[in-house]
Design a binder for this molecule. Structure first.
Ligand code: BES
Ligand code: MN
Ligand code: ZN
Length: 508
C-alpha cells in the first residue's frame, strides 16, 4: 500500500522521482509552488502555457523532466479546472488521476504540494484528507483472481506520496487530514472488495466472517444470527427470501458504543446484503445479471463504515445491521402470490420474488428496533432499477420520514461528494402497495418504483427517525476517473462515516 505522509521542507530542494504541482485553468503565469518551480526551470511551465500545451483544464496531466534543475527528477502539473469551481472534490479527483499517472509510468516515490491550502482556498486538513482519499481510492485494484501479472498490479507500485510543507504550524493539520483520509479510504476499500468478489465466494456466511474479522480487529462486539435464530424470532420475511438457496442466511449485528452513558444517543445503519439476486422464481433476464453479485453493496458499506467509525471514535452509539441472504429460485423457493408474516406481525403478499430487498430490510429493521431500542435508522440498499431511471449513475436517491435525518444525510454527502438527491414520500403513493389479500404487497407497479419501495420499508419504521438510501445507480463505477476505479464504487461508505460523525457533534 502507498504510504502517505507529510514532511517539513521545501519542494524546490527535496529529491523525489516526481513532484506534483497544479495549475488553474486560464492562468498565464503560475503562482505559488508552481510559480517557484517555473522560475527554477527557466520558465518551462509558462512557455508550455503560452504554446497552449498546458491549459489547466480539470484532470489534465503534463509531465516535465527537470534535467537536474531541481532535485525532483520529474514534475507533474495537474490541471485544477476553473478557480470558481475548485473544492475538496477537485482535490480528491486530481489526486486520483495523478497517483494513477505516476504509478503507470513507474514512479515509486512522489512528493506534492497541498492543493488549495497555500492560497487559503481550502482548509489545510480537508485538502490533505482529500489527497489521501484520491491517491488511495484512485490506486485501488481488484486483482484477486488474475493469475497473469497485469500491467499495473505487480512491479509498478507508487510506494510513497509525501506532502511537502514549509510551515511548521501546518504540519499537524496535514497529519490529521491524512490520517482521516487513510481511515475512510480503507473503509471504502473493504466495501469495494466485498462487492467485487463473486457471489460464489461472498455468500451470506462469508459476509458474516468478513464482518467478524473486521469487528475482532476493531474491538467491536458482533452477533450473528443463523436460520434457527431467525425462526425463533419469527423473521418470516427474511426466511422467505432465503427459502430457495442452499446458503444459510445470516443476520449480522455489529455494535459500536461511543457514548455508553447515553444509550439513547444512537443510530442503526441497516444495509441490504443480498449476496446474489437472481430474482428468485420471478427470475431476472440474463443480460448483466452478474451485476447482482453486488446486491449486497448496502451491507458492504455498513461493514466498511463500522470499521472507520471504530477508528475515528465519535461520541455516539452505532449499530451496523446486515441481513445477508441469497435470492435463488428452486423447488423450495417462495412463489409469487405467497403470503408471509414478517417479524412485526404484518402480513405481506409477495407479488414478485425479485422485490426481495425490502423484505429482508423489513425484518432487519424490526429486529434492531426491538432488541436495541434504536431511535434513528438509516437503511442503504441497491433497491430499485427505477432509481437508475430517475437519477442515472450520478446520484443516489434519499427518502425518509425524518426531514432532519434526510437533511443530515444530504449534508454529509456534500462533504464527501458522494452525490445524493431526495425524492418525496407523499401519502398518495401508498395505495400502490395495497394488497387484496395481505396487509401490504411487496411491489407497487412501475410508476415511482423507488418511492413505493421506500414506502414499503416505511411500514416497518414507525416510531423512529428514518432515512433510506437507494444506491442501485451508484454502487458500480462504469469507468475509472478521479478516486473511482471501474467496478465497485464503495458508495456510500464515506458518507455513512461522515453522517455518524456529524450526528455525534450535534448531539444534545
Ligand atoms: N437488486 C434489485 C435492484 C437493482 C437493479 C439493483 C439494478 C442494482 C441494479 C432489486 O432487488 C430488484 O430486483 N428490484 C426490482 C423490483 C421490482 C420487481 C418491483 C426492480 O427494480 O426491477
Ligand atoms: Mn431483486
Ligand atoms: Zn435485489
Amino acid at each position: 500500500m502507498t504510504v502517505i505522509n507529510v514532511e517539513k521542507g521545501d519542494i524546490t530542494n527535496t529529491p523525489a522521482d516526481a513532484l506534483v504541482l497544479n495549475l488553474f485553468e486560464g492562468v498565464a503565469s503560475p503562482e505559488g509552488g508552481t510559480g517557484a518551480i517555473d522560475k527554477l526551470l527557466g520558465g518551462t511551465i509558462s512557455e508550455l502555457i503560452k504554446d497552449k500545451e498546458l491549459s489547466g483544464k480539470l484532470g489534465e496531466t503534463t509531465l516535465i523532466h527537470s534535467l537536474g534543475k531541481i532535485p525532483a527528477k520529474r514534475i507533474l502539473v495537474m490541471g485544477l479546472g476553473k478557480r470558481e469551481q475548485f473544492s475538496t472534490s477537485t482535490v480528491r479527483t486530481i489526486a486520483g488521476h495523478a497517483a494513477r499517472y505516476l504509478r503507470n509510468i513507474g514512479v515509486k516515490n512522489a512528493i506534492s504540494i497541498t492543493h488549495g491550502a497555500g492560497i487559503g482556498q481550502l482548509d489545510t486538513k480537508d485538502s490533505a484528507q482529500a489527497i489521501a482519499e484520491g491517491v488511495l481510492l484512485g490506486l485501488y485494484e481488484f486483482k484477486n483472481y488474475q493469475t497473469k501479472k497485469t500491467k499495473t498490479s505487480e512491479g509498478k507500485q507508487l510506494e510513497s506520496f509525501i506532502l511537502i510543507e514549509q510551515d511548521e504550524g501546518r504540519i499537524s493539520a496535514l497529519k490529521e487530514g491524512i490520517a482521516r483520509g487513510v481511515t475512510v479510504s480503507a473503509s471504502a476499500q473493504l466495501a469495494r472488495d466485498l462487492v467485487n468478489e463473486p457471489a460464489n465466494v461472498v455468500n451470506p456466511v462469508k459476509m458474516a466472517q468478513v464482518a467478524s474479522s473486521m469487528a475482532k480487529e476493531a474491538g467491536l462486539p458482533i452477533e450473528i444470527l443463523g436460520r434457527e435464530d431467525l425462526m425463533q424470532n419469527q423473521m418470516g420475511a427474511m426466511l422467505a427470501v432465503s427459502a430457495g438457496t442452499a446458503n444459510e442466511p445470516q443476520l449480522i449485528i455489529m455494535e459500536y458504543l461511543g457514548d455508553p452513558d447515553n444509550p439513547d444517543n444512537n443510530i442503526a445503519l441497516v444495509g441490504k446484503g443480498i449476496t446474489f439476486d437472481s430474482g428468485g422464481i420471478s427470475i431476472k433476464p440474463s443480460a448483466n445479471m452478474w451485476e447482482m453479485k453486488g446486491d449486497m453493496s448496502g451491507g458492504a458499506s455498513v461493514i466498511g463504515a463500522m470499521k472507520g467509525i471504530s477508528q475515528l471514535k465519535p461520541k455516539i452509539n452505532v449499530y451496523g445491521v446486515v441481513p445477508a441472504v441469497e435470492n435463488m429460485p428452486s423447488g423450495t423457493a417462495q412463489r409469487p402470490g405467497d403470503i408471509i408474516r414478517s417479524m412485526n406481525g404484518k402480513t405481506i403478499e409477495v407479488d414478485n420474488t425479485d422485490a426481495e430487498g425490502r423484505l429482508i430490510l423489513a425484518d432487519a429493521i424490526t429486529y434492531i428496533r426491538h432488541v436495541k431500542n434504536v431511535n434513528r435508522v438509516v437503511d442503504i440498499a441497491t433497491l430499485t432499477g427505477a432509481i437508475v431511471i430517475a437519477l442515472g449513475h450520478v446520484a443516489s436517491g434519499v427518502m425518509g420520514t425524518s426531514q432532519t435525518l434526510v437533511d443530515a444525510v444530504i449534508a454529509a454527502s456534500k462533504t464527501t461528494d458522494e452525490k445524493m438527491w431526495q425524492l418525496p414520500l407523499f401519502d398518495e403513493y401508498k395505495k400502490q402497495n395495497h394488497s387484496d389479500y395481505a396487509d401490504v404487497k411487496n411491489t407497487g407497479g412501475r410508476p415511482a418504483g423507488s418511492i413505493t419501495a421506500a414506502l414499503f420499508i416505511g411500514e416497518f419504521t414507525e416510531g423512529v427517525e428514518w432515512a433510506h438510501l437507494d444506491i442501485a445507480g451508484t454502487f458500480l463505477a462504469e469507468k475509472t476517473t478521479g478516486h473511482l476505479v471501474r467496478g465497485a464504487s464503495g458508495v456510500p461508505t464515506r458518507t455513512l462515516i461522515q453522517l455518524v460523525e456529524d450526528l455525534a457533534k450535534t448531539a444534545p
